[in-house]
Design a protein around this ligand. Structure first.
Ligand code: GLC
Ligand code: CA
Length: 542
């Protein structure tokens, strides 16, 4: 069987409103993305996952779609979308769309119809109830919203304006398959599937994720849409365990190709005090290593991992997992090396490749995200789980706006994001030092580490061991060192990382042949009683 292209791919996520503002109105757009395709080709990526660009009232920045067949005017036109697909193709870059089908915007015509009456054919496209229970929406407040003229409540897992679609209705499932096919016919490569684990919910029994019928729905969608295109890609968003991910992604199940998992990039720092990501715990390396090992080993030879540190919902990895004050460059490179030598398809989130940091916004009014503002009200004001001052500090650590500040292209006005119009979200002041232009001019920059890692994954000599090799964790209990081995046939790679801002000694009997990549010029071939520098990360061939 032909190997799937996406197993050899590196995918780059673009958050359109923050990537590049091509018409200088403060909002990133398609024209801006097109103008940066050469840069992405230079980096060496194979596909772009585009966060939603469809028509939307933008209550949740496009994750609330009002028309799946139109482009939001702030992002451009359908003609520009076609140009983007064609121009990307010329550079061997595929476009992956974001399919948000757990819910529509309340402005979608289906919901407007549904509001007209209980006997309207679209009423059953959504979930309704005469009473409401205590379920809280994920951006704060109740999950049930009252509609006066119908005298009933509709259900929303996320914001009020994001109304959950009723997938038990076969007409809904048919509409979603139509949308998928319409975009595939346009030439997109596939879909990242938003909140997909929620579509099988069973509200009466309080089941939200991974509901009883979800596999039936996904198999049906696969059969009626992307499964018909051998070359397509689907990546589901959810919070699965390895076993759940396998159920969704084993090829013989004919559902999805990959699942994102949030254990390594997120759950690892969530406390139990109700404040979640706004009061993160320090990273426990021993736990983190065990999580990676579990995923690598559980999916090996059965399915395929989606590897990532960042996306538009998470803080910047160099801030959360590295050290953005004293070892920004070293730790960002270490994180890249840690991830890219694992088995799976790596995802880079815009700006990660240059080590962009959290935004450190100071005032509540600087925040734009419905999740930040909604949870400020719910957690700090209504429930008083913490003080407003403390919550502001929490936002600096956990808010989604941290990853959404304008991309830092150069040291000119607004970081080169545009020509000077006020951006929709503040530019991070460190853009004078941290920007793409600086990275391109410095062969030792984080950007080149990413570029070299991409080349390494694709190289004839090392592709197979990275692609197929077994994963073995060494020194599992060491609190500072992350060491793992990948082996395939006669070939062995050893990945050694000092995950700390202090020096630590490593003492192994291995005698490496050579160093394939490292983040210190002084990295040594000797592993016997060897001192590793802060965040030193080395890939050896044994
Ligand atoms: C996903 C998206 C997030 C969005 C939510 C609702 O988690 O990644 O940005 O707010 O779904 O669509
Ligand atoms: Ca614009």
């Amino acid at each position: 069987m032909k190997e799937k292209w996406w197993k050899d791919a590196v995918i780059y996520q673009i958050y359109p409103r923050s990537f590049m503002d091509g018409n200088n109105d403060g909002m990133g757009d398609l024209k801006g993305i097109i103008s940066k395709l050469d840069y992405l080709q230079f980096l060496g990526i194979d596909a772009i996952w585009l966060s939603p660009i469809y028509e939307s009232p933008m209550e949740d920045n496009g994750y609330d779609i009002s028309d799946y067949h139109k482009i939001a005017p702030e992002f451009g036109t359908m003609e520009e979308m076609d140009t983007l697909i064609a121009e990307a193709k010329k550079r061997h870059i595929r476009i992956i769309m974001d399919l948000v089908a757990n819910h529509t915007s309340k402005e979608h015509k289906w919901f407007k119809e549904a509001l007209k009456g209980k006997d309207n054919p679209y009423h059953d496209f959504y979930y309704w109830s005469d009473t409401k229970d205590n379920k809280e929406a994920s951006f704060g407040g109740s999950s049930w919203e009252y509609v006066k003229n119908l005298d009933e409540y509709y259900y929303h897992y996320f914001a009020k304006g994001q109304v959950d679609l009723n997938w038990t209705n076969p007409k809904v499932r048919k509409e979603v398959a139509n949308i998928v096919n319409w975009w595939l016919d346009k030439g997109v490569a596939g879909f990242r599937m938003d909140a997909i684990e929620l579509i099988g919910k069973d509200l009466k029994n309080g089941i939200f994720a991974n509901g009883p019928k979800i596999h039936e729905y996904l198999k049906e969608l696969n059969q009626n849409s992307f499964g018909l295109k051998e070359d397509s890609i689907t990546v589901g968003e959810g919070w699965p365990t390895p076993q759940i991910a396998l159920d969704y992604t084993m090829p013989e199940n004919k559902e999805l190709d990959m699942m994102f998992q949030f254990e390594s990039a997120c759950s690892i720092y969530l406390p139990d005090n109700g404040l979640g990501k706004f009061d993160p715990l320090p990273i426990d390396l021993v736990k983190l290593k065990a999580i990676f090992a579990k995923w690598q080993q559980s999916l090996h030879n059965k399915s395929w991992n989606a590897l990532f540190w960042e996306n538009h919902d998470l803080p910047r990895s160099v801030t959360r997992f590295g050290d953005d004050r004293f070892y920004r460059v070293e730790s960002a490179k270490a994180l890249a090396i840690m991830l890219f030598l694992q088995q799976g398809t790596p995802f880079i989130y815009q700006g990660e490749e240059i080590g962009m940091t959290n935004a450190y916004l100071k005032k509540l009014s600087d925040y734009q995200d419905i999740d930040a503002l909604g949870n400020y009200q719910a957690l700090a004001i209504d429930k008083k789980l913490t003080t407003p001052e403390k919550f502001l500090e929490g936002l600096q650590k956990g808010s989604r706006d941290n990853a959404r500040t304008p991309m830092q292209w150069d040291d000119s006005i607004n970081a080169g994001f545009n020509k000077g119009a006020k951006p929709w979200l503040k530019v991070t002041p460190n853009y004078k030092e941290i920007n793409v232009k600086q990275c391109i001019n410095d062969k030792d920059s984080i950007l080149y580490t990413y570029k070299h890692l991409i080349e390494l994954r694709k190289s004839k000599e090392y592709r197979n061991v990275i692609h197929y090799g077994d994963f073995k964790l060494e020194l599992a209990d060491d609190p500072y060192l992350f060491v793992y081995e990948r082996s395939y046939q006669q070939q062995k790679l050893l990945i050694v990382i000092n995950y700390d801002n202090d020096v630590h000694e490593i003492n192994l009997n291995q005698k490496p042949k050579k160093i394939l990549i490292s983040n210190y010029k002084t990295s040594s071939l000797n592993l016997k009683k060897q001192t590793l520098q802060p965040y030193e990360a080395i890939v050896y061939e044994l």
